[in-house]
Design a binder for this molecule. Structure first.
Ligand SMILES: [Zn+2]
Length: 378
């Protein structure tokens, strides 16, 4: 009986593992996959800041990280509405205002892949913010007739903001969608998509995977999940050789109902295309937990939508301390946290970073100094 059971298990596993065979190759979820190696970072090793300095900064590298979800900026009207209540299309001036608010709140833009580490590299006192754009919509990157970048598209707004604020780097993550029925080509100007993708990569933006067709993934079989991921990657890599795509965002926020199929979103192979994603972005859910947090789940990374007032509300809650925000100590080699959070750290996530725990000192009572002769004068 045991032998029969084993045979059943082996057969079932074999069937699952070759479920992509009719798509030319087997999927190997969870397999170790080769990726182009990042160039080594050469910089001096920094010593941790003193507890007094960490407390003064309110350093908290286990606090929440805002990952913002944008779709269209100044996009076309939909069902007679210029802008919508879910933030899928917002006005250029709304985006500009939000950037000003983020800057004022000491947020600092990084790409999505940059926060998937305990070595987050942002200046001391800053909070990393990830600005994500889904669907490769036309209003995210649009050329005018004279081939200059439209100042009212998302990229034009980001570049203008960067020119004005040089300490606000050009960073954002574009979740590309190659073949959706309502998406004639990424960024909606057929013939320019290769130029645009290369430009984004050369400027330091991240290009990432939003599947190939935007079909909801809830009930797709493994073979189609594999194709959706691999084909998107093939499309981009053919146009931007050497680009690394290693994060994905769920179309419509819809994950496979069968939890056992989620690994197919992370790792797989189709023919010569090998993909490896380090996290799955959801559509909503609020500020994300940090990588070093025990409860950080790479399969369910939450984002903040761009609906009217939503980003502003998160900004206010984090600035006022109602939501603990990630505050950097400025040292990518350390994870600095107040002692109260020590139990929440996942030690396996540190990857060589040094954990620095400090006590928040209560401010000493100010002594009232009275000059000796002041009493005499009264
Ligand atoms: Zn989408």
């Amino acid at each position: 009986m045991k032998t029969l059971f084993r045979l059943f298990v082996v057969t079932a596993a074999a069937l699952l593992s070759v479920s992509c065979a009719n798509q030319q190759a087997a999927v190997r979820p969870g397999a170790a996959l080769a990726q182009p190696a990042a160039p080594p970072i050469v910089r001096p090793l920094l010593l941790p800041l003193s507890p007094v300095k960490l407390a003064a900064l309110h350093a908290d590298e286990m606090g929440r990280i805002p990952i913002l979800m944008y779709h269209a900026i100044n996009g076309p009207s939909f069902h007679g509405r210029r802008y919508d209540a879910n933030g899928l299309n917002i006005a250029p001036q709304t985006f500009r205002k939000q950037l000003c608010l983020m800057y004022a709140a000491h947020w600092y833009p990084v790409n999505m892949r940059d926060v998937l580490t305990s070595h987050i590299d942002v200046p001391a006192g800053k909070t990393p913010v990830v600005i994500t754009f889904d669907d490769a919509r036309g209003s995210q990157f649009h050329y005018l007739k004279n081939e200059t970048i439209d100042p009212n598209c998302a990229l034009g707004i980001l570049e203008a903001f960067h020119k004005k604020h040089r300490d606000w780097p050009l960073r954002a993550t574009f979740y590309i969608l190659p073949k959706s029925a309502w998406n004639p080509a990424p960024f909606w100007q057929p013939g320019t998509e290769t130029k645009k993708l290369r430009y984004l990569a050369s400027e330091g933006f991240e290009i990432a995977n939003h599947t190939t067709t935007h079909r909801l993934l809830g009930r797709l079989p493994a073979s189609q999940l594999c194709w959706e991921m691999a084909e998107c990657q093939r499309y981009v890599v053919d146009r931007v050789p050497g680009v690394v795509m290693d994060t994905m965002a769920l179309p419509g926020g819809d994950a496979p109902k069968n939890r056992a199929l989620w690994p197919y979103l992370l790792n797989g192979r189709l023919g010569t295309i090998i993909y490896h994603n380090r996290c799955i972005l959801m559509a909503w859910g609020g500020p994300s937990r940090a990588w070093s947090d025990k409860k950080f789940d790479p399969d369910r990374v939450t984002r903040i939508g761009a609906g009217p007032g939503w980003i502003e509300r998160a900004l206010a809650q984090m600035s006022e301390g109602k939501i603990r925000e990630y505050v950097s100590d400025g040292n990518p080699d350390t994870v600095a946290i107040p002692r109260s959070e020590a139990k929440e750290v996942n030690p396996k996530s540190l990857d060589g970073a040094r954990l620095v725990i400090y006590d928040i000192r209560k401010p000493a009572k100010a002594k009232v100094l009275v000059a000796k002769d002041s009493a005499a004068r009264t």
